[in-house]
Design a protein around this ligand. Structure first.
Ligand code: 13P
Length: 254
C-alpha cells in the first residue's frame, strides 16, 4: 500500500517571515488532512532552517529542491546531501525540469545527484516529463524512458523501491494547463510498467508516483483518484496554506 504524498515545491519564493507564516498555516491545518497522507515542504535552501524550526514535531516533512553530487569540497555555492540532512531534510528533488532547463542539469549529473542523495540518507524525488514539442511529436514515451534510464540505471532494487518519481509534463508546469487525470494516469502507468520490466512487479508496486503541473484544489481529487497517481508535487498552489491543504485533503473519503 503506497501512502499518498503531497509535496509543496516553493521554488525560488518567499523570505523568512513569509515562510514562517506559511509553514505555521500548513501545520495548523495538517490535522485535517487524512492521516494516511504525507505532507512535505520543499523550500529554497535559505529557508530550510526557519521552516524546519516551525515544523518541529508536526509530522510535516522537510525537503530541499536540489543538491550537489559531492558531499563536500571546492564547489563554490554548492549545497551537499550531508548539509541538507544536517538541516533536518528527509527528501530532496532531483531533476526538476527547471533545473534541467535553467541550470543545465544533464542526465549524467542527475545520476550522480541521485546517488549522492541516497548515500546521504535522503529520499530522492526524481522528476521526469516531456515538453509540449516532444508530446506533439509523439515522443513522450521515448523521453520518459530516456530520463529514467540515464538516471536510475544500476539502482539496487531496495533503493528503487524507496524512490519517489514525479511525472511533471513541462507543458503543465506553471501554465494553468493541468494534465487530465486520463493523460496523467496513462503516463504513470507507463512509468510503473517500465519500472516493473527493469526491477520487477514488487518493486514497481512500491514506488510512489507523484503528478505535478498546475495542480489546484479543484483538479486534485480527479488526479489522486487514479490508481497509479500516489500524490502531487505542487508549485504555485503550495505558496498559500489554504490551497496546499485543499489539495492535500482533496477527494479523501472521511
Ligand atoms: P505548478 O504547480 O506551479 O505548475 O508547478 C509544478 C511544479 O513544477 C512542481 O514541482
Amino acid at each position: 500500500v503506497r501512502r499518498p504524498l503531497i509535496a509543496g515545491n516553493w521554488k525560488m519564493n518567499l523570505l523568512r517571515a513569509e515562510a514562517r507564516q506559511l509553514t505555521r498555516g500548513v501545520v495548523a491545518g495538517a490535522g485535517r488532512v487524512p492521516r494516511d497522507r504525507d505532507l512535505l515542504l520543499l523550500p529554497p535552501f535559505t529557508l530550510l532552517d526557519a521552516v524546519g524550526g516551525e515544523l518541529g514535531s508536526s509530522g510535516v516533512r522537510l525537503g530541499a529542491q536540489d543538491l550537489h553530487w559531492e558531499s563536500a569540497g571546492a564547489y563554490t555555492s554548492g549545497v551537499s546531501g550531508p548539509m541538507l540532512r544536517d538541516l533536518g531534510c528527509e527528501f530532496v528533488l532531483v531533476g526538476h525540469s527547471e533545473r534541467r532547463t535553467h541550470f543545465g542539469d544533464t542526465g549524467a549529473a542527475l545520476h550522480r545527484k541521485l546517488r549522492a542523495a541516497l548515500s546521504a540518507g535522503l529520499r530522492p524525488i526524481y522528476c521526469v516529463g516531456e515538453s509540449l514539442e516532444e508530446r506533439e511529436a509523439g515522443r513522450t514515451w521515448v523521453v520518459l524512458r530516456t530520463q529514467c534510464d540515464e538516471v536510475l540505471r544500476g539502482l539496487a532494487p531496495q533503493a528503487m523501491a524507496g524512490l519517489t518519481l514525479a511525472y511533471e509534463p513541462v507543458w503543465a508546469i506553471g501554465t494553468g494547463r493541468t494534465a487530465t487525470p486520463e493523460v496523467a494516469q496513462e503516463a504513470h502507468a507507463f512509468l510503473r510498467g517500465s519500472i516493473a520490466r527493469e526491477w520487477g512487479d514488487s518493486v514497481a508496486s512500491e514506488v510512489r508516483l507523484l503528478y505535478g503541473g498546475s495542480v489546484t484544489p479543484e483538479s486534485a481529487a480527479g488526479l489522486l483518484d487514479r490508481p497509479d497517481i500516489d500524490g502531487a508535487l505542487v508549485g504555485g498552489a503550495s505558496l498559500r496554506a489554504e490551497s496546499f491543504l485543499g489539495i492535500a485533503g482533496a477527494g479523501a473519503s472521511a
